[in-house]
Ligand binder design. Structure first.
Ligand code: NAD
Length: 358
């Protein structure tokens, strides 16, 4: 029986709709297992710009630094698109949160539930009736954070961005991947471009070293171009994929697209230790905000990842996953995953049904 302090950042668009349902689900878990979840709601993104003039107020960042974990909805929307990038909700809030909190590991499961397998754009004979891949992306290093600039070159002005990784950075993300694989099907595919890039050669060497500490886990290496192909050709090859920031950005989006349902996919961004920020992979969907039709499952499954990765509450996390599966198996669908013959429900009703199945 534990007490957990969660900073809640509902954000913009559908953020408030979907995060409220994830909070209800955590309450239901608390009631069943005797845990207390203390929610501290703070402003972030466009709504913080409107209220405080900045996308990440100091008070919000302080609350994020002084809690056990963060539950985030989504930020951004057309209202704030004209602002300079450091004031935009996405760059000004999300990138700053990641770097200020040392969130170096991004975990994105790409899961196809049996009941939704028809939604995948991949042929049934390739995808089978379900799929479960975990992409572990390095989040605070590499080319997105490397040296950059402009200089005079042979043919006039040129621009450059540097991809650099230290042994330390590769080792800690590789460990995350192997630890995750130990709780799954014990297979890691490390994705790099070691036939061309020095940074990838170091990446491959360090990942191979880390693998020695996990003899039960099978490791293979794959060039990123091949990985992009295999994800659509033979996705069942993969269990855990570990890769750099830029490759992970692309590969994780590709992996999520083959599931066919953006409203279903959660994510975790982890710091060293147990601290993490949990959010759905989709954006703020301003087109459907406040209409009680957004799918809350990605956010609810993000809360489940929080229980698993930050609080070590494995049984409780699985309880949420099983409740989601049960509700889908009974044929309930939000409009984004609705097909003929199923029962259409709104955001609140989907949240209520999941609570009822806990
Ligand atoms: P989006 O993910 O918000 O929406 C894409 C499409 O998917 C829309 O049609 C939307 O209605 C639908 N959709 C998304 N989530 C859904 C859900 N839970 N249930 C049902 N349908 C859902 O992407 P976008 O339209 O490119 O971006 C909208 C805003 O969100 C932009 O301002 C963008 O910058 C921001 N954004 C934020 C994040 C984040 O906060 N992490 C991530 C991506 C985009």
């Amino acid at each position: 029986m534990g007490v957990y302090n969660i900073t809640v950042l509902k954000g913009d668009g559908i953020g408030p709709d979907i995060v409220s349902e994830a909070m209800n689900v955590l309450e239901a878990i608390g009631k069943k297992y005797g845990h207390t979840f203390n929610f501290n709601e703070k402003a972030v993104g466009g709504c913080a710009i409107d209220e405080f003039g900045v996308p990440l107020p100091d008070d919000t960042l302080e609350a994020c630094k002084n809690c056990d974990s963060i539950l985030l909805g989504a930020v951004g929307g057309p209202k704030w698109d004209h602002l300079p990038s450091h004031l935009r909700p996405e760059a000004g809030a999300l990138l700053k949160l990641r770097s200020s909190l040392g969130l170096y590991a991004n975990l994105r499961p790409a899961i196809i539930h049996k009941a939704l397998s028809a939604a995948s754009p991949i042929k049934a004979e390739i995808i089978g009736d379900s799929l479960d891949i975990l992409v572990v992306r390095e989040l605070t290093g590499g080319i997105y954070f490397g040296e950059r600039g402009y200089r005079e070159g042979k043919y006039g002005q040129e621009a450059f961005d540097v991809e650099a990784y230290s042994e330390y950075e590769v080792k800690r993300i590789a460990k995350q991947a192997f630890e995750a694989a130990m709780k799954r099907n014990k297979k890691v595919t490390s994705v790099d471009k070691a036939n061309v890039l020095e940074s990838s050669k170091l990446w491959r060497k360090v990942v191979t070293e880390v693998a020695k500490d996990y003899p039960e886990v099978e490791l293979d290496h794959m060039y990123v171009d091949n990985a992009a192909m295999q994800l659509v050709r033979n996705p069942k090859h993969f269990d855990v994929i570990v890769t750099s920031n830029i490759f992970g950005d692309i590969i994780s989006d590709e992996a999520s697209q083959i599931t066919g349902s953006i409203g279903m996919l959660p994510s975790a961004s982890l710091a060293e230790g147990t601290f993490g920020m949990y959010e759905p992979i989709h954006g703020s969907a301003p087109d459907i905000a406040g209409m009680d039709i957004a799918n809350p499952i990605a956010t609810i499954l993000s809360a489940s990842m929080m229980l698993k990765f930050s609080f070590g509450l494995i049984e409780e996390a699985e309880d949420i996953e099983n409740a989601v599966t049960a509700v889908l198996d009974k044929g309930y669908r939000t409009p984004d995953i609705y097909v003929d013959g199923t029962t259409k429900v709104g955001t609140k009703e989907m949240g209520r049904l999941i609570c009822e199945n806990i």
